[in-house]
Design a protein around this ligand. Sequence first.
Ligand code: ADP
Ligand code: MG
Length: 245
Amino acid sequence: MSAPETAVRIAGLNKWYNDQHVLKDVDLHVTTGERVVICGPSGSGKSTLIRCINGLETAQSGTMVVAGREINGPRDVRAVRRSVGMVFQQFNLFPHLTVLENLILAPQMVRKVPRPAAVELAMEYLTKVRLADFCERYPAQLSGGQQQRVAIARALCMQPSIMLFDEPTSALDPEMIGEVLETMTHLANSGMTMLCVTHEMGFARRIASRVLFMDDGRIVEESEPARFFDAPQTDRLKRFLSQVS
Ligand code: ADP
Ligand code: MG
């Protein structure tokens, strides 16, 4: 069993796609309230790692405890998904539902929250992301930045204990990145446990308790942001930082 302060504990995780080895003996321990930023070159396994944490992918070997539950099968995966929110690069809102309907769907279906309570919660989170006035609109009537803030609010409506982000600003026009990072910063400051794949290094410096660098399926280096950015230890990280910043 894991101590209650553990949000995620991964040990010896290995994942192959056919004969391609994409996660190699990954160990990761995240305590409750930590904000972990994951960066690394394209194809290094960042998305696969994040997707394993909420059961969107299954690893072939290794052990994983997420939100206090050891993951051994589909029943555990379903339980974990209720406590883990995920935000993707491509928003993934339901296009045929209004903003409000997007937010109240899963709480009603999965958590059996009665509609009035789901609406109340949704409006609370929409207010937090400054989009309450947009609740009757459809996703296509919003900017990319607004859609991503709705996606964050939608994930929060499930009242997760952990939030995962996979390059949440990569699909946005530059002028919209700031508003999404601001929403994520508020969330970080509220004490949410967060794992974020992002190449927004300024954001990582401001909010991360720890930054991980992945390369070729491994966590190659990890440290608190000041040391990570100002005193990288490996040549691979030095090279990577000189390319992204
Ligand atoms: P990153 O997010 O760091 O760019 P990914 O985790 O998406 O990396 O991918 C790691 C490797 O696994 C890449 O070589 C990628 O092509 C491969 N990969 C990712 N998803 C799949 C999949 N569904 N099927 C086969 N190969 C995949
Ligand atoms: Mg990715």
